[in-house]
Write a protein that binds this ligand. Structure first.
Ligand code: ATP
Ligand code: MG
Length: 253
């Protein structure tokens, strides 16, 4: 049996007296595209923060490729091959598009404190950054300050930054939030392309995106997963219809 990319076992998180994640078990296979959906405040971003080591869990386990991540800092988890984007755009707007990508490459390769290493490897880094820019279709924007890009381009850049270190598990928190239909279609194709043969875990409210991209869907409601399965199974699940999907699908029209 192959080891899943990510396993959550009895995961719980409380803030003060309030339990936000209330016992989550989940297994996500390698190269699977898995969407986590659910109402606002269900705990989706919190779940991301637990997986990526941003918050310590109250109890339970997170395993990446079978390794228990307990006590690891976010950068250590990142170096084990897990990379995430944030719900809110998170780029350096005064730096150029190219510099943003190169910076994340540097960081992921652990050259942060080594100036000489950085200089001697700069050609390799430049080539690596240009390759990423090509993948996210921003080659022609390379020398512009990231802040002048359109919103959709900024989100594409963010995806580039997320994949730059070569992580094989990519986590995206609402990658299409605030986009028009055409921008959304554009970003979905981009995500599909850059996550080919990688594990994708994404939080997303747009059901068109979810049903178009995900191999599996988990529905998180009030800190618990009420259903996990293939998109068609989840769509047909009466519990899911009642708790979330009925309202979410209606909101699309
Ligand atoms: N650092 C924190 N301290 C205290 N409470 C928090 C913290 N982070 C999140 N919460 C609470 O946890 C609950 C879940 O929040 P979370 O952001 O995980 O939801 P979400 O499912 O991502 O929602 P949305 O769809 O709106 O992004 C909310 O009630 C929120 O107020
Ligand atoms: Mg959220």
């Amino acid at each position: 049996m192959t080891v899943p990319a990510l396993q959550l076992e009895g995961l719980r998180k409380s803030f003060g007296k309030t339990e936000i994640i209330r016992g989550v078990d989940l297994s996500i296979g390698r190269s699977e595209r898995h969407a986590i959906i659910g109402p606002n405040g269900a705990g989706k971003s919190t779940l991301f923060n637990l997986i990526t080591g941003r918050f310590p869990q109250t109890s339970g386990k997170v395993r990446l490729h079978g390794h228990d991540l307990a006590g690891m800092a976010p950068f250590e988890i990142n170096r084990r091959g897990l990379s995430r984007s944030f719900q809110i755009t998170n780029i350096f707007s005064n730096m150029t598009v190219f510099e943003n990508v190169r910076c994340s490459l540097l960081w992921s390769q652990g050259y942060k404190y080594s100036f000489w290493n950085m200089v001697s490897r700069s050609r390799e880094l430049t080539e690596g950054a240009m390759e990423i820019l090509e993948q996210i279709n921003l080659t022609s924007r390379a020398q512009l300050p990231a802040g002048v890009l359109s919103y959709a381009e900024q989100r594409a850049l963010e995806i580039g930054i997320t994949i730059a270190g070569g992580a094989d598990v990519i986590m995206l928190d609402e990658p299409t939030a605030g986009m028009s239909h055409s921008e959304t279609d554009y970003i979905v194709e981009l995500i599909r392309k850059v996550t080919e043969n990688k594990t994708l875990i994404m939080v997303e409210h747009d059901m068109g995106v979810v049903f178009g991209l995900a191999d599996y869907i988990s529905v998180l409601v009030y800190g618990e997963i009420i259903a996990t399965g293939r998109p068609e199974e989840v769509r047909a699940n009466p519990k899911v219809q009642e708790a979330y999907l009925g309202a979410a699908l209606e909101a699309e029209h």
